[in-house]
Design a protein. Structure first.
Length: 72
C-alpha cells in the first residue's frame, strides 16, 4: 500500500469513529433525559407515601374519641 492509501484509510477510520461518538452522545443524552424523568417521578411517589404515612399515624385532634360502651 502506498502512503496515500494509508492516509485515506486513517482519515476514514477517524470519520467513522467521530460518527460513532456522535451517535453515542445522542444516546447518552436520551438516557440522561429518561433518568431525570424517572427521578422526578420517584420523588413525587416518595412524597405521596410520606404524606400517607403521616396521615395514617397521626390522630386528628379535632375529632373526639368514641365513648366507651356502657355495661348493660
Amino acid at each position: 500500500m502506498s502512503w496515500a492509501s494509508d492516509a485515506y484509510a486513517a482519515i476514514r477510520k477517524i470519520v467513522l469513529i467521530e460518527d460513532r461518538i456522535d451517535t453515542l452522545s445522542e444516546q447518552v443524552k436520551g438516557l440522561a433525559d429518561a433518568y431525570r424523568d424517572i427521578d422526578r417521578r420517584l420523588v413525587r411517589l416518595e412524597a405521596k407515601f410520606e404524606l400517607l404515612e403521616k396521615v395514617a399515624t397521626t390522630r386528628p385532634r379535632h375529632r373526639p374519641a368514641l365513648p366507651e360502651k356502657s355495661a348493660g
